[in-house]
Each structure stands twice: as structure tokens, then as C-alpha cells.
Design a protein around this ligand. Sequence first.
Ligand code: MRU
Length: 366
Amino acid sequence: MAGGKDGKGRPAGWRNPFSTLEWRRGTGGYVAMIDQTLLPATQKVIRVDTLEKMRESIRALRVRGAPAIGVAAAYGMVLGLRPHAGKGARGFLAAMERVADRLAGARPTAVNLFWAVDRMKGKGKDLLAKGLQPRDVLARLLEEARAIHAEDSSQCAAIGKHGARLLRSGSCVLTHCNAGALATGGMGTALAVIYAAAAAGKKVSVFADETRPLLQGARLTSWELQKSGIDVTVICDNAAASVFGEGKIDCVVVGADRIARNGDTANKIGTYGVAQLARVHRVPFYVAAPGSTFDPLARGGADIPIENRSPDEVRQGLGKMTTPRGMKVHNPAFDVTPARLVTAFITDKGIIRPPFRKNIQLVLGW
Ligand code: MRU
């Protein structure tokens, strides 16, 4: 169905065949989310109804992907503040700081987490300053979290719309990690571009890097693209160079966890290598991300904290021992692609081309 839109601004022809996460019921409710650690073997929806469960879900990657982490953290603020709604304003305010810190400590790299927590905190403080009682503030904070979720969904659709214009019919796209509906509150960032192009009637195929060590590409990207009927082929990360060499890739589209003012981009470990391959093979390298992934406080990549995860993710990859017992392991979860390797950013506000330092500010209205 070329060109049309559904009621939520998404391209007609694309329907999410699953719900990544959603808040159910009122302030006494909970978040129902797909436990992404179990995919693709098992599609299980878990109930997350406390602050600590939400923190653990983010740390353990049951919910993952920068925008989805932001949405989850916003709901996490409601879960964490709920037990304090009977307190006075001062007690509630103090609890807000503690809950925010607890969530912010879950993972360090995706800036959407901090962005969402700060927005929720700002809203809560405003409402308390206006004299609202904590119980009413809690109800308004749930509305705010739902608004963050809905905005993320429309931003994904806008990214898809802008990005789809960059793909010709017949394009073959390489992506790394998972930047799809599983990673956001909507249709994804990098994968939104593919979904929107397909919905507009273009024939698009995808190579998904498997994305060691936790296989977000092999487990998640392939799962959701297959469910949406997109032609997808999984490759081992170390097959990417030869696939580029065979001239099979027309462009790369990836997501991002944090983008600095100068355009340096943190994304899943291995992205930097893919960007270099794209440059050597003269293939465009696009980064798709909403405004909430750009960090005005990071001047460059050196300001982006990189998460180091447990060595056991590498020692016992695929559920089996994959190194000798006790082997030294270096396991950074993200790397930084220098801005000079990025062809353009695909954002909800439009395409941003170099010079990035100037154009990011201009397009995002900083
Ligand atoms: O460790 P993860 O699975 O949370 O890493 C996710 C990524 O690196 C994604 O590419 C990024 O968050 C963009 S998601 C739209």
C-alpha cells in the first residue's frame, strides 16, 4: 500500500505482530513485556510490577535497545514511586531522586534511559511545586510515561518515512544488532526504514549480522523481520567483509545508543567495523535514531560511557563453554563510530548530513 498512513502515523501496510512492552491498567498496574532473552525459541510475556524487577529487566536485556530502555525506565519511575504515593510531598520528592538513581544505574550507554528518567523527574517536580498531592502526581506521571511511549512510536514512524526515501526498490541493506520494533516503543529505527520502504511497495532485502556475543541480530532482528515477511539472511559477524566484497550490500542502516554533538555514534559492539567496511567499499552508512538518542552534553565519542558486560557472556556464549574456564575476556557492549564514517543520520525530524556539528543542532533545534 504505497504512501498511505494508519491512524498512528505509521505507514499503512505495516502492523506490529507483537507488543514489545506495554503498561496495563491504571497506577496499580504493571508493564507486560516480551522477555527478549528467551527469543526466538520462546515468546513469553513477563509481568514487571516493581522498581527492582524493572531494573533487573533492563540490566539483563529482557528489554533492550535504547528507545525501549527509555520507555521502560519511564514506566519504572511509576513502579518505583507507587509505594511512596501515600507520603507527603517531601518524602515523595526524596523517593523520586532515589528511584531515578536506581534506574539510571541499570545501564550506562543508552542516553534514552537518562533522558526519560530526567523528563519524568522534571514533570514530577513541577507538579509537586504546583501543590499537587503525591497520589495525583503519580497518576500524572503514568500519563507522562505513556506520552513518552506514544511519542517514541510516532518518532519511529517518522524515521521510517524519511529513511525509506533513501532506499531504492531492489536495495539490499546490512544491519547490525537489533534496532527494530523490539528495541523501541514503535516500529524501530533502522528497521523502521526497511518496514516503511516495504510498505511503500519497494522490494528490500536484509543481511543481519548475528551480533556476538548476545546475538541480537541472529535472535531478534531475523525474528521480527521474518514475522513481517521481509527477506532476511543472517550472517556471522566475520562474514560481513566478504559479503561487502562480493558487492551485495547497497547500504548499511544501524541504530544508535548515544550520538554526540559532533556525530560520533555509540552503537552495539562491531558497528565501528561495519562502518569501516562500508567506507572501504563505498557503501553509504546510515544511522537511524530519534532526537532522544542525541546527547547535547557529549561533545564527542570520548564523552560516551561504554558498558562493559560480564565475561561470562563470552565464556559461555550460546549456553556452552566457548573459552577455557576462567579465561580473561574483554567484553565491551558498544563501540564508537567516528562521525567521519557516517553518511547521514535518519531522524524523526529529517535526514541530517555533514557538517554534523552544525546540522545536528540546526535540525534538532538545540
Ligand atoms: O545491548 P543492546 O541490545 O541494548 O544494544 C542495542 C543496540 O545497540 C541498538 O542498536 C541501539 O540501542 C539502537 S535500538 C533502536
